[in-house]
Design a protein. Structure first.
Length: 41
C-alpha cells in the first residue's frame, strides 16, 4: 500500500494537515486550493 502513496505526489500525513487546515479556514477556499496545488506540485 505504501507503493500506491509513493506513486502519487501527495503525502498522506501532509494531506491530513491540509484537511485540518481546510476545516479551520473553510472560508478561504481559494487559499486552500492554492495550497493544495502547491502540495501536489
Amino acid at each position: 500500500m505504501s507503493n500506491e502513496y509513493q506513486s502519487t505526489s501527495i503525502n498522506p500525513d501532509v494531506f491530513e494537515q491540509f484537511l485540518t487546515l481546510l476545516n479551520t479556514h473553510c472560508k478561504s477556499s481559494e487559499a486552500a486550493l492554492a495550497m493544495l496545488s502547491t502540495l501536489c506540485y
